[in-house]
Design a protein around this ligand. Structure first.
Ligand code: UDP
Length: 314
């Protein structure tokens, strides 16, 4: 049985990755410090003999007994309001946490895949964004703590690859959604769904003309799985290139939820909010044979089912 360590295991993506690797026949070691994750996401795995859980902050030295074949580093606050509230933890998990896990990969001779982000492109001046684009990031702006931590993550990962021949993979994840997103994490999809279900105003920031491109979580997990199994060590974008304005997205959520009390309302645009975002997935297509399969219509329906169960209406 191959053994895999997944950091951020109690988070949105980490918990889906635990499910997938257990299904593929792996021994899964989940690690989290529950700063933004929740044990609710992995409660169903605790009875399984092929799952172990460690409550640990990976920005401190990481010890895992026994052999390890793979490491997936997915621990990090990941929504703009989370990293605004926790700037130091965000920098530490992306920088010190990645350093610790690369050291662990070296010691265990494990392959490591690190979760980078479309935020490395900042407020992009090239659209859509190919991996060759170096980005337009404000290092001292409010989002800089996340963007620069992830850029450092990529740099130190390549350094360990080149200097120590560690077997590394880097994924750049674009906006992803699905069940287990935290209701109050402040990101646009949980915000809009919870507001629509409660019959409140959907808070569109700015005039809503900024764009994003949303990928359903099952598609993302498939992309991660394929990248891990590939022999490609440069960064690869994984995301859904189907781009929509935030206002248009709000209208889709309103139509799906159908609550007559809900409507769009407008709030100030956050500082350094990227105006456009859409992945160029030429590399994922050619190297991994991957492309998204789940349409936004289908993915939003599945996600709505989840939010109906977890959003409190009183
Ligand atoms: N947004 C919004 N209303 C909200 C939350 C976010 O209009 O309640 C906008 C935000 O300004 C951004 C986009 O939706 O342009 C996506 O924001 P999110 O926080 O989901 O993640 P980002 O893609 O910015 O990292």
């Amino acid at each position: 049985m191959p053994r895999i360590l997944i950091t951020g295991a109690a988070g949105f993506l980490g918990s889906h990755l635990c499910d997938r690797f257990i299904k593929e026949g792996y021994q899964v070691i989940g690690m989290d410090n529950l700063l933004t994750g929740s044990l609710d996401n992995i409660q169903h795995l605790f009875p399984l003999p092929e799952f172990e859980y460690y409550n640990h902050d990976v920005s401190k030295f990481v010890h895992v007994p026994g052999e390890l074949d793979y490491i997936l580093h997915f621990a990090s606050p990941a929504s703009p309001i989370d990293y605004l509230k926790m700037p130091i933890q965000t920098l530490k998990v992306g920088a010190l946490g990645t350093h610790n896990l690369l050291g662990l990969a070296l010691a265990k001779k494990a392959r490591i895949l690190v979760a980078s982000t479309s935020e490395v492109y900042g407020d992009p001046l090239i659209h859509p964004q190919p991996e060759e684009y170096w980005g337009n990031v404000n290092p001292v702006g409010p989002r800089g703590v996340y963007d620069e931590a992830k850029r450092f993550m990529e740099a130190i990962t390549m350094a360990y690859h080149n200097a120590h021949q560690v077997d590394t993979r880097i994924i750049r994840i674009f906006n992803t959604y699905g069940p287990r997103m935290r209701v109050n994490d402040g990101r646009v999809l949980p915000a809009f769904f919870s507001q629509a279900i409660r019959g409140e105003g959907l808070t569109v920031f700015g005039d809503g003309s900024q764009t994003r491109s949303f990928c359903y979580v099952d598609d993302l997990v498939e992309g991660i799985y394929r990248l891990l199994k590939s022999d490609y060590s440069s960064p690869v974008n994984i995301g859904n290139p189907d781009e929509i304005t935030i206002k248009g997205f709000g209208e889709e959520v309103l139509a799906l939820v159908g609550n007559p009390a809900a409507k769009l309302i407008y709030k100030d645009l956050p500082v350094d909010d990227p105006k456009v975002r859409k992945p160029d997935i030429t590399k994922a297509r050619s190297i991994l044979g991957w492309e998204p399969k789940v349409s936004r219509e289908e993915g939003l329906k599945k996600t709505y089912e989840y939010f109906k169960g977890v959003v409190k209406t009183e």
